[in-house]
Design a protein around this ligand. Structure first.
Ligand code: ATP
Ligand code: MG
Length: 254
């Protein structure tokens, strides 16, 4: 990290990249996580590397949905543990949500390491590690379908990020409300989720904590109104339109 020049114009992006590489070297990020991160960086360019209005609207609906939920769960993978461990724990605390490790490429060793990191940041309980993931999601095969019977299996709302489209779809089919943070509005996860936050997890988590504090004491009717008036198709369309107009503007400014 010290090798990144202080005055490098893309210093922040490079620091984040280093964190991802460190997570790989520490053994809790699968190599495929590097590919997912690179794809995310690309899409982040296309939204100006800023949290846009369509993301804020989705975050408000997401927080309202989680505050109204009976069993909200935050699903955590290696990329999330590498970039926003502290924020995951904080958001779970404010929303009274459970935390579950849920890896596409499961190994017990990676699960244990991720749980350790989250606990270091104050998580009291982390579900989904090893034998705890004893329930199965129908329609998915092999290790990808295992979840905790106390967590995702009984959850009514699941917040996830950098998730595979297939698994997102399976959770939706189980009747769960899925909130996805995904920089690519065209991914299957973004398209299948009930609420899609098109933003970088690095910016989205702190912003969602802020919104959670704001909405925590709102009354139930107000929260229900936010959820009722939210239209994910419209938000996805807005994000795609934003990218298209942003690129058009850039092309004109050359
Ligand atoms: P899908 O399976 O949903 O069709 P995919 O196979 O392209 O999409 P995955 O590799 O399964 O995607 O998941 C990674 C997704 O997470 C990508 O859409 C990528 O753009 C997004 N992503 C990567 N890094 C970040 C990040 N820091 N914040 C938010 N989203 C990210
Ligand atoms: Mg995929």
């Amino acid at each position: 990290r010290s090798l990144i020049p202080e005055n490098h114009p893309r210093r922040q992006s490079l620091i984040i990249r280093e964190k991802i590489v460190d997570a790989l070297l520490d053994g809790y990020l699968a190599p495929q996580g590097l590919i997912a991160h690179g794809r995310g960086e690309c899409f982040d360019y296309l939204i100006g590397e800023k949290t846009q209005d369509f993301a804020i609207k989705a975050m408000k609906a997401a927080i309202a949905t989680m505050l109204l939920a009976r069993h909200p769960v935050i699903s955590v993978n290696g990329n999330m543990a590498a970039l926003v461990p502290e924020e995951i724990v904080k958001l779970a605390e404010v929303l009274n949500a459970k935390i579950e490790v849920n890896l596409f490429y499961r190994t017990k060793q990676r699960e244990i390491k991720i749980a350790e990191i989250l606990k270091k940041y104050g998580a009291k309980k982390v579900l989904g590690v090893g034998e705890d993931a004893s329930a199965t999601i129908p329609e998915l095969f092999s290790e990808r379908r295992r979840v905790s019977p106390e967590g995702i299996y009984i959850a009514d709302v699941v917040l996830l990020a950098l998730e595979d489209g297939d698994r997102t779809e399976a959770l939706v089919k189980m009747g769960k409300k899925v909130i996805a943070i995904d920089l690519n509005p065209l991914s299957r996860t973004a398209q299948k989720a009930n609420i899609t936050i098109v933003d970088n997890i690095v910016r989205a988590f702190p912003k969602m904590i802020e919104i959670a504090y704001e909405l925590k004491n709102a009354n139930k009717e107000d929260l229900e109104k936010i959820v009722r008036e939210y239209d994910n198709k419209k938000i996805l369309a807005e994000s795609i339109k934003f990218i298209s107009e942003y690129l058009n503007q850039l092309s004109l400014s050359l």
